[in-house]
Design a protein around this ligand. Structure first.
Ligand SMILES: [Fe+2]
Length: 268
């Protein structure tokens, strides 16, 4: 039976039991969150792929419910979940901190990573073809991770980022070894305007022999921005060329901003 999805495809109608705090009433119907694969399947992938091809980034979702965002934020204090913590100021990366999850990833994070990968591998393989590179990404995440692990990139890269007032993230690229899956996602876990002010997601692209161009990507809580890790193909008068891309976060003016980063290649 087809399941009716509403509210940006986050919820579906239910007759059975479920976690009460996850329940929602919509137009008199009892709703529960759709599964993560259902939510991701329900996205308009043609539009997302078109935006990624056109400009190297796309907004998708919301992919997470407010309680799921809250649960992930609460995870930040569960130190056993993480393999390492980075205080950005110590490395000149900006101000704020982040922690890389250890394996096994929390179910929600693992599901998001597994379900987002296949459609993005399709986009990435289109980029490989456009850039005439030999690489081809397998259709499933498990096979891609096996490739990373065989090459010595074994440490998980999904992470939680935590920013307070005056924190920021310098423009950067998330590279962790020679193997790079060219797209990644960041999901905003805090509510803009209520939990924090400022702290905009930033993308800057650097075209050959041209000045850099910046984009500010407004996100709602639970929404994802999917974007190029290090470069994307662009079409010019003399064929396809590479546009270098970096991303960061502008200064948080007040409050706290949490985000979940989903990177598909593992780290050396
Ligand atoms: Fe990053």
């Amino acid at each position: 039976m087809a399941t009716a999805l509403v509210r940006a495809d986050l919820y579906r109608e239910t007759k059975g039991s479920g976690a009460m705090r996850q329940m929602s009433i919509h137009e008199g119907r009892r709703m529960e969150p759709a599964s993560v694969p259902q939510r991701i399947e329900a996205l308009r992938w043609d539009d997302i792929a078109g935006a990624l091809d056109e400009r190297g980034w796309a907004v998708a979702g919301p992919l997470l419910t407010p309680p799921e965002c809250e649960d992930l934020v609460a995870t930040y204090g569960e130190l056993a979940r993480f393999r390492s913590r980075v205080v950005m100021e110590r490395h000149g990366f900006g101000r704020g901190e982040y922690q890389y999850f250890d394996y096994p990833l929390p179910d929600l994070v693992a599901e998001l990573r597994r379900a987002l990968y296949p459609p993005l591998a399709g986009v990435a393989n289109g980029w490989n073809a456009a850039l005439k590179t030999d690489a081809e990404f397998p259709p499933q995440l498990d096979r891609y991770l096996a490739r990373c692990h065989a090459a010595g990139q074994k440490r998980p890269t999904p992470l939680l980022l935590k920013y307070g007032a005056d924190d920021f993230n310098c423009l950067h690229r998330d590279l962790y070894g020679p193997l790079v899956f060219p797209l990644q996602a960041t999901i905003l876990l805090s509510e803009p305007g209520r939990d924090f002010a400022g702290g905009e997601f930033l993308l800057v692209e650097q075209r050959p022999r041209a000045q850099s161009r910046a984009e500010v990507v407004p996100l709602a809580r639970g929404e994802a921005v999917i974007f190029a890790v290090h470069h994307r193909p662009a079409r010019g008068t003399r064929g396809v060329y590479r546009v270098a891309m970096r991303h960061g976060v502008s200064r948080i003016r007040s409050g706290n901003r949490y985000a979940l980063g989903i990177i598909f290649h593992d780290a050396a």
